[in-house]
Write a protein that binds this ligand. Sequence first.
Ligand SMILES: *Cc1c(COP(=O)(O)O)cnc(C)c1O
Length: 364
Amino acid sequence: MNSTKRAYNFNAGPSALPIEVIQKAQEELVNYNHSGMSIMEMSHRSKDYEAVHNDAIARLKSLYSIPDNYEVLFLQGGGSLQFTMVPMNFLNSDQTASYILTGSWSEKAFKEAKLFGQIREAASTKDNDYRNIPALEEIQFSQTDSYVHITSNNTIYGTQWKDFPQTGGVPLVADMSSDILSKPVDVSNFGIIYAGAQKNLGPSGVTVVIIRKDLLEKANTNIPTLLKYSTHAEANSLYNTPPTFGIYMLGEVLKWVEEKGGLEAIESNNEEKAKLIYDVIDCSNGFYYGHAHSESRSLMNITFRVSDENLEKQFLAEAREAGFIGLNGHRSVGGCRASTYNAVPYETCKALADFMVAFQNKNS
Ligand SMILES: *Cc1c(COP(=O)(O)O)cnc(C)c1O
C-alpha cells in the first residue's frame, strides 16, 4: 500500500474506488501488457482490448450467475439514458407500463416514460417523503403492462428494496445504479437490470445493462440505431467505440470483488459497515435521526439529520474539517448522507461512527 493518505470518502457518486484497483491501473497505465501504450490509446478492435472487454462481461456473468438467456451490455449515457431507452424500446403509445415511485430517480424515469406510452403508478411512497419502500401487497400493476419499473436503491432518500416484487409474466425492470454489485441478486427475476457505473462498478462513463434475450426480439425497431438494445447485443457492445478505459476499470473492480470473496462476502461487509453508523444513530437518543424507516434502510446511502439545524451545520462543517468528504445530503433534500458503497473501507465507516459519537458527547 502506498503511503498517500486517502480521504474518508463518502461521496454519493462518483464515489470511492478500491485503492488496490486504482494502484493497479496506475502501474499499468503507461504500458499495458507490454503493448507500449495505455489501454486508453488502443484500438477497441485490438486483441488486448477485446480480451479486457470479454473478460469483464464473463466476470459479471459469473459473479451474478447470470443465466445464458441474458446479455450483458456496456453502454453510455449513464443511468439517465436508460430512463429513455427502456420505454423507447419497449413501450408504444397504445401500451402501458407501471412505475413504482420510491424517490427522485424513479420520478425521473417515470417522467421520461410518459413521452412514449401510458404510464401508471404501481405504488408510491411520496406522501411519506419517500421514507420507505412500499409493501409488496400494495403494488398494483396489470398483466398487460409492457413492464414494471423499480429503483432498487434510492440514493437520495436512503431506502433500499430487500425483497423484490414478483411480476410473473411482466418483465421487471430495475434501476440498480446505486446498489449493483453490493449483494447477490437473482437475475432471473428481472427482465432488465441497468446501472451507471460510478457508484459501485467503476468510473463514470460506462452503463451496464443486463437484459433477457427474448426482450431484444420484442423491442421496437423504428428507433435510432444507437438507442436500440439489439444493436449493442448483436455487436457485443462494440457497435461503436465503447468507453474502453471505464470498461477496463470495471473489469478490475470485478476482480477485486472476486478477491474479497464474491457478492455474499461483499454483502456482509456492507452490512457491518452500515451497522456501525446506524447503531450510532439509533443509540443517540434522538440527537441523530434517520430519514428512512428502519425496515427500508439502505446499506449504500445512510441518510440522517442532526436534531438541531444549527448543530447540523456545525456537524457538517466539523466533519469536513476532520477530513470526511461528501457528507452533505443531496441538494434537493438537505441533511446528511454517508454513502458506504463497496469500496468504502470498514475503517472509514468506523472513523465516521467514532466522530459522530464524539460530536454528540461534545454537544449534548
Ligand atoms: C446516480 C443515479 C442515476 C443517474 O445516473 P447517471 O449515470 O448520472 O445518469 C440514476 N439512478 C440512480 C438510482 C442513481 O443513483
